[in-house]
Design a protein around this ligand. Structure first.
Ligand code: NAD
Ligand code: TDX
Length: 365
């Protein structure tokens, strides 16, 4: 039985992981530590609200004393570290927060784990799992082999550079102090509770409002899409079977050019509007409700500076050693994700207009 500290558990992937873990590990304590930045929302934890195993603590990963206290008080033996600034475009406009949270924050977590687990020996066995990204490996050409765990690091954005730095710190704490750490580098996630600043949820929300669908550059950049449920199962496998000191790539095996992905999403939307007559009334500005194709909203816009051309993940190590397999195809994942946003309009309206955030500020201290 593991006793978990999940940082960033009110964010997109962290919250999905908490839902998954409480489904598969009922009765095992989970403490979520989250600062509730713009990207963190208690609304993301609604599906597990009231679960006796779950404790939510609003706090900053840079508060080393707080993390030490939580590890001691709750006798926690496993950290799953998601908390980060995660949006590449924001890192281009303001890199400082990325260094503070992703580099200093991860170092603060490592220091707390070292003090409590290695010096005070509070937990008999421990695990520090660090959630990272394929972006640390840089950008691939069209014919290059996919990123493996041996691909040299070549981060290109302030975001990926900050994640690379945090990966190196985790590695160093394993080699220098003997911290039992693992790292996963995964590709682009998508699915429920994805904040509508990232490509897929932004396109869904814009489409429903009849707003432009902005495609950066020529739209030929390739991402390897991973449904968040597959990612969560991958992390679970690493916690259960992964070897300390090891790195595992987790991918979805679903490479797509951005333009193709957005066109597929438009087709999914058009089909949903044909099937469900009420959607035209709920979203009167969406093109398929007015007899037009969603793809008519696609617009090419100025490219992202330093935009990585292609990511692709070779996850054969995780398949071989952990029995990991991505289960959700991109087509099914996009259909289900679009349906989730239709069914959970309350969620994206609340996170976008800030009303949930304002509620948190007055009700949560
Ligand atoms: P997210 O932005 O949705 O959530 C980040 C969470 O961290 C939020 O809840 C936020 O409140 C919290 N947080 C931020 N700063 C904090 C701090 N100083 N102290 C405590 N909490 C803080 O991010 P996500 O998309 O869920 O990504 C989670 C992790 O996975 C990140 O480490 C990210 O780098 C990595 N990752 C994400 C993707 C992806 O496609 N989204 C892909 C690969 C790796
Ligand atoms: O409006 C847009 N138009 C567009 O063409 C947006 C928001 C994005 N894009 C492109 C840029 C990328 O090529 O779509 C692709 C995906 O963009 P994002 O959703 O911003 O993701 P990306 O930059 O690939 O990074 C994501 O995957 C790796 C996560 O945000 C990171 O946290 C993760 O590490």
């Amino acid at each position: 039985m593991a006793r978990l500290l999940v940082t960033g558990g009110a964010g997109f992937i962290g919250a999905n992981f908490v839902h998954h873990w409480l489904r598969t590990h009922a009765g095992e304590p989970v403490v979520v530590l989250d600062a509730l930045t713009y990207a963190g929302n208690l609304a993301n934890l609604e599906p597990v609200k009231g679960r006796a195993e779950l404790r939510f603590v609003r706090g900053d990963i840079r508060d080393t004393a707080l993390v030490e206290r939580l590890l001691r008080e709750e006798r926690l033996d496993t950290i799953v570290h998601f908390a980060a600034e995660s949006h590449v475009d924001r890192s281009i406009h303001g890199p400082d927060a990325f260094i503070e949270t992703n580099v200093q924050g991860t170092h603060s977590m490592l220091k707390a784990a070292r003090t409590v687990w290695l010096e005070e020996r509070v937990a008999p066995a421990h695990r520090f799992h660090h959630v990272s990204t394929d972006e640390v490996y840089g950008s691939l050409g069209p014919q290059d082999p996919a990123f493996s765990e041996h691909t040299p690091y070549a981060p290109n954005s302030p975001y990926s550079a900050s994640k690379a730095a945090s990966d190196h710190l985790v590695r160093a704490y394993h080699h220098t102090y003997g911290l039992a750490s693992t790292i996963s580098n995964c590709s682009n996630n998508y699915g429920p509770f994805h904040f509508p600043e990232k490509l897929i949820p932004l396109m869904i929300v814009n489409l429903l409002h009849g707003r432009d669908l902005p495609i950066y550059g020529d739209g030929r950049n390739v991402r390897d899409w991973l449904h968040v449920s597959d990612h969560c199962r991958g992390i679970e496998r690493i916690l259960e079977k992964g070897r300390p000191g090891e790195v595992y790539n987790i991918g979805g095996g679903a490479q797509s050019e951005n333009l193709t992905l957005v066109e597929t999403l438009c087709t999914v939307a058009d089909a949903a509007f044909r099937e469900h007559g009420d959607l035209a009334k709920r979203f009167p500005d969406a093109p398929p409700g007015r007899g037009k194709e969603s793809a008519s909203l696609i617009r090419f816009v100025k490219d992202r500076p330093g935009h990585d051309r292609r990511y692709a993940i070779d996850c054969r190590k995780a398949e071989r050693e952990l029995g990991y397999r991505a289960e959700v195809t991109l087509e099914r994942g996009l259909r289900e994700t679009f349906a989730w946003y239709l069914e959970n309009e309350w969620w994206w309206r609340a996170v976008m207009d800030g009303s949930y955030q304002r509620w948190i500020e007055t009700h949560y201290r």
